[in-house]
Design a protein around this ligand. Structure first.
Ligand SMILES: [Zn+2]
Length: 105
């Protein structure tokens, strides 16, 4: 009986280790994609700046405006019709029960 439990525990540990490996691999992939997107954005901005003769401030102003909109949306909450919990309003479905959130707009 004790031997069986030990087998089950080590089986679980191996499964967890595999899941951790997969998660770490995925993080590395996402970091690489993130770096690629950073380079792409930088290159696009440089091209736009040159071709449209835009000052560096133009990008900063636009980014600030976009950040404000995103933060405003992230701070809004609503009550899920299905489970009655408070959830972020900027999501299509409830974190807790998965029900689609009915947005007024
Ligand atoms: Zn819910």
């Amino acid at each position: 009986m004790a031997l069986l439990n030990r087998d089950k525990v080590s089986e679980k540990a191996e499964k967890t280790a595999r899941e951790l490996d997969t998660a770490n691999f995925r993080i590395t992939q996402l970091e690489n994609q993130f770096r690629e997107l950073q380079f792409t954005n930088k290159a696009l901005w440089e091209l736009l700046k040159i071709s449209a003769e835009l000052p560096d401030d133009a990008l900063e102003e636009k980014l600030l405006a976009m950040k404000q909109v995103i933060e405003e949306r992230a701070n809004q909450t609503m009550t899920c019709d299905s489970c009655q919990r408070i959830v972020p309003a900027d999501k299509p479905s409830c974190y807790y029960c998965g029900a689609a959130l009915k947005h007024d707009k």
